[in-house]
Design a protein around this ligand. Structure first.
Ligand SMILES: Nc1ncnc2c1ncn2[C@@H]1O[C@H](COP(=O)(O)OP(=O)(O)OP(=O)(O)O)[C@@H](O)[C@H]1O
Length: 403
């Protein structure tokens, strides 16, 4: 298990990671997500003893990496696939690493086979494609047959077949009881690969929960309802009936209606009562990508002037009053990066409650590792933010064995 407690890293004035606490457990693939520059690589480097924390600590199986007995046999990592001597063949590169760690040479051929590089094993790695380089990096990570594996963007540059292979590899490593910690920007891939997610923004923990919980806590289910295209008055009639019954109705671009606040059977009954025929009534749940975009929209440092996220915010239909945001504890205070608050109140990020006595309270400001009076000042402290413009967002935004 990997455990970070109050992990902080500053580079001069720049705080890359701040007061980060989390656990990465064995037997699961844990995805590590965050916008560009949010501190993922810095965190991984600290886990691997390549960077010293400014404060806090991170351990693997209870030890900081540098004090871990026989570390290369216990921990394997892919951080930078390009960190290879290009003049060496794939096989000699792995042989060098194996010799340094006392790993037998036959293991080199084994891992070359596992990553599918056996046929190019004697070729110089400087001629390798991006994907071949990634495979070589993964081979190096697997060399010591470690119980703990860290992969920074492992599918970078891989073709669809390679991506599928990495996905299955991660899953099978976790199924063998290993600890697998993997960062990626490919949300669709993460949704298929990871069991659990740790999400950071500007160096701080935003979420620590299962993929399923993450999606359901950061998106609202809604119903897509469609009336006959040829009869616009039916659509108007249904909109009025649903709104009167307390639903929120937004037009979709293709002419359907997006309805929140009413269960599907109720929508069906209301349509029946209003004598409106339906061509579609379907449940919809957001993708991991949508949920991630909603959660991290306040923690993005680098954003195009043509902001793709505008698509997540739909215009209100005429006559519909935007829901008033509920006051959320902590908003506007230091360290607050949450997207707009849930409309029904509650916590911005619903973190699993840690059992009583658990060492880490899932990112909430509680427990022995919370930022208490003794903690360093939050470098991201902001003056209270001006109230966010009310948006017609219909979703509820909510915010967790030693080897
Ligand atoms: N050696 C360093 N010196 C100064 N600043 C650094 C150093 N390493 C990282 N940083 C800064 O720390 C912040 C976090 O960087 P990091 O590379 O950890 O982010 P990341 O989440 O891995 O980003 P990406 O998704 O783009 O790879 C960035 O602002 C980065 O510029």
């Amino acid at each position: 298990m990997i455990e970070a407690v109050g992990l902080t890293k500053r580079y001069g004035d720049k705080t890359a990671v701040y007061n980060l606490s989390f656990q990465v457990r064995p037997g699961a693939v844990t995805g590590f997500l965050g916008p560009n520059g949010s501190g993922k690589s810095t965190t991984m480097r600290m886990i691997l003893g390549l960077d010293q924390p400014t404060s806090g600590q991170v351990t693997i199986g209870g030890y900081p990496y540098r004090r871990l007995p026989n570390a290369p046999r216990q921990v394997g990592a892919l951080l930078d696939a390009k960190a290879v001597h290009g003049g060496r063949s794939a096989r000699s590169h792995l042989l060098c690493l194996a010799q340094l760690s006392g790993i037998p040479a036959r293991r080199v051929d084994e891992v070359l086979g596992v990553v599918g590089l056996q046929d190019v094993a004697k070729k110089r790695s400087k001629g390798f494609s991006l994907g071949m380089g990634q495979r070589l990096g993964i081979a190096a990570a697997l060399l010591g047959d470690p119980q703990v594996l860290l992969f920074d963007e492992p599918v970078n540059g891989l073709d669809p077949e390679g991506i599928l292979w990495v996905r299955n590899l991660m899953k099978s490593l976790a199924a063998e009881g290993r600890t697998v910690f993997v960062s990626s920007h490919l949300m669709s891939e993460m949704a298929l690969t990871a069991d659990h997610l740790i999400v950071i923004g500007r160096g701080q923990l935003l979420a620590d929960m299962s993929v399923k919980d993450f999606i359901s806590h950061n998106s609202a289910d809604f119903a897509r309802v469609r009336t006959p295209d040829t009869e616009p008055q039916q659509r108007e009639k249904l909109t009025a009936a649903l709104t009167e019954a307390g639903g929120q109705v937004l037009p979709e671009q293709d002419g359907a209606l997006r309805v929140t606040g009413l269960p599907l059977p109720r929508i069906s009954d209301l349509a029946h009562e209003a004598d409106v025929r339906l061509w579609e009534l379907s449940p919809h749940q957001a993708s991991l990508e949508e949920a991630y975009m909603r959660m991290t929209q306040g923690a993005v440092d680098y954003r195009s002037t043509i902001d793709q996220r505008a698509g997540l915010q739909q215009p209100l239909p005429p006559g519909v009053t935007p829901p008033q945001p509920m006051p959320v504890p902590g908003q506007g205070q230091s360290g607050w990066y949450a997207p707009p608050p849930p409309q029904q109140g509650g916590q911005p990020f619903a973190m699993p409650q840690a059992p009583a006595g658990a060492p880490y309270a899932g990112g909430q400001a509680a427990g022995p590792y919370a930022a208490g009076p003794a903690a360093a000042p939050n470098p991201y402290a902001q003056p209270p933010a001006a109230p966010a413009p009310a948006t017609p967002d219909t979703t509820q935004r909510t915010s967790e064995d030693p080897r």
